[in-house]
Design a protein around this ligand. Sequence first.
Ligand code: MSP
Length: 644
Amino acid sequence: MKFYLTTPIYYVNAAPHLGHTYTTIAADTIKRLKTMQGYGAVLTTGTDEHGQKIERAAAAAGKSPREFTDIIAEEFRSQWETLGLSVDHFQRTTSPNHVKAVQDLFLRCKRNGYIYKGSYTGEYCVSCELYVNDAKPGDPCPDCGRPTETVTEENYYFKLSAFQDRLLDLYLKQPDFVQPETRRNEVLAFVRQGLQDLSISRTTIKWGIPVPEDEKHVFYVWFDALTTYMSAVEGGNLWPADLHLIGKEILRFHAIYWPAFLWAAGLEIPKKIFAHGWLLIEDEKMSKSRGNMIRATPIQKALGADTLRYFLLREVVFGQDGSFSYDALVGRYNADLANGLGNLASRTLSMIHQYRSGEIPNAKDLGDDQIAHTARGVAEMALQCYDRLEFSKALEAIWSLIGAVDKYIVAQAPWNLAKTPEGAGALDMTLYTAAEALRIVTALLYPVIPAAAGRIWRQLGCSLPIEQVRTADLHWGHLPAGQKLNAVEAVFPRADLKASVASMREYEAGELARQQALLGKQAPPATAPAAKDGSPQITIDDFVKVDLRVGQVKSAAAVKGANKLLHLQVDIGEPQPRSIVAGIAEAYQPDALVGRKVVIVANLAPRKLRGLESQGMIVAASLDNGSPVLASFLEEVPVGARLK
Ligand code: MSP
């Protein structure tokens, strides 16, 4: 039986960060779990390399798209390898077989009458590669908030509207097609509003897959990227996919467009889409655009890849958003891995070495009934939770068994039993029970912490490699008496909070410098640690580069068609006032601003917004609801004064 699963095909506009790693680790865990259940599990990931976003990132790095994508795609590939993730297919959208697969999909849809040519003028978000329906010029993108850009193009259209009823039918008849339930409801509501046809080609971009027989068009990146799930496993009898694992922000593309494309081409659709939540850093999504990225390698170097895997799957409820911080990571490491699992393993194995010469004793009735009963219940519960991708609950259940065995050991006090010959039977019983529970715990944890589980497994003397363990082997009593243990070694030594966090920050600075050097950017000083998670510390030399000045608003006016923008003229003591376009219209009336003293970033590179040049930026606090509050002074300050 096969089980084919995928991660998203990640954009190569930036190197991998913990957000990408989160999905890929979850996918690797599911793959191991399915293997344990006897499936031939296959995992595809890859890189999404075409489109304007990538073209621009390459230009900003002074590289050709090809050079740039080669570098970043390799960063992704090697990141998964370094973390020990079991990827079967790493597919790049620039690979020739993929190019052909996209063109074939298009031709199939066209032959079946679902493609036509039309012209479009509208707002487009370059960052999300998304047309924003009903938006006015410059309106913010509903997904990322950046201003949209007006584009006019003659495009190939896909008849998405033809699939509305069939999609609704799918969500209703196959309620687990989109998981979790809340996401399914979102998709249902969206499709019920009505679907418009979708433009699937671009003429304004060069960096893309050409449309067959009309090569001035290239494919819309999502038509291109989604096809990777098939092109990666061409000819392998793996289609349809059993599971597409994605982040919640790309649900619409997967749950609406993708089945429609496949139906139009006469192909089978995937069986399930699961959209998880976001990893947050101080309540904000971790992302390149917010510059609050944390990378996996520094964590791996300091505490091991399994610690990261465990933390992500235990701390964050899969499907919901969850916060990441170094402090919480080290806290969990010490509490759960060092004190919980690590301690159970080392005390159980050490006692068997000490009292029974390293051989699993023969226990009457295969150990303690109560613990055996608990272990059966926990194994069943953990496997059910895993199946529903409730990793956190599964791990909680497994830790309840660790806790129960710890208590049992303390209650039996094997160190006292060992003192008298009469205690021998009870000592055998205690040691067997603890070792068998440890074996079951270890096997259940293998999908989440494969390397550490493998090490405990070997110390237990189990001959079958842990990768080959199947759920049937989880039965209580499988551990044979007489099995010889191997030497005991600490799997999770306790970590000092301060020292671990400091070393992760130091590695993080080094990793950032390495990645920047790869792209030919100047690396920041390697010694600069992050001030707090994700925000790099700067020196005074960095700070003085920002020219902050006191300005006075001379005039303010609404910008036509842009609800959020005001156009200001601000005197900063120069011969001419500065023209500044600011996103403060929802918080300030233009008239109320005239005469007001404000703080301006005076040396920001000018840029055009709605055709108006903005020669600087106005400084404001940003409230939780996104509303701006202008920085101001309690004392009188002269126009043009510098802030230092
Ligand atoms: N290229 C598209 C996907 C095409 S799939 C056919 C894309 N790429 S991406 O690089 O932006 O990756 C998005 C995915 O990375 C998310 O859907 C999620 O799986 C993962 N994550 C990126 N940042 C994340 C967080 N901060 N938190 C959790 N997952 C995140 O979209």
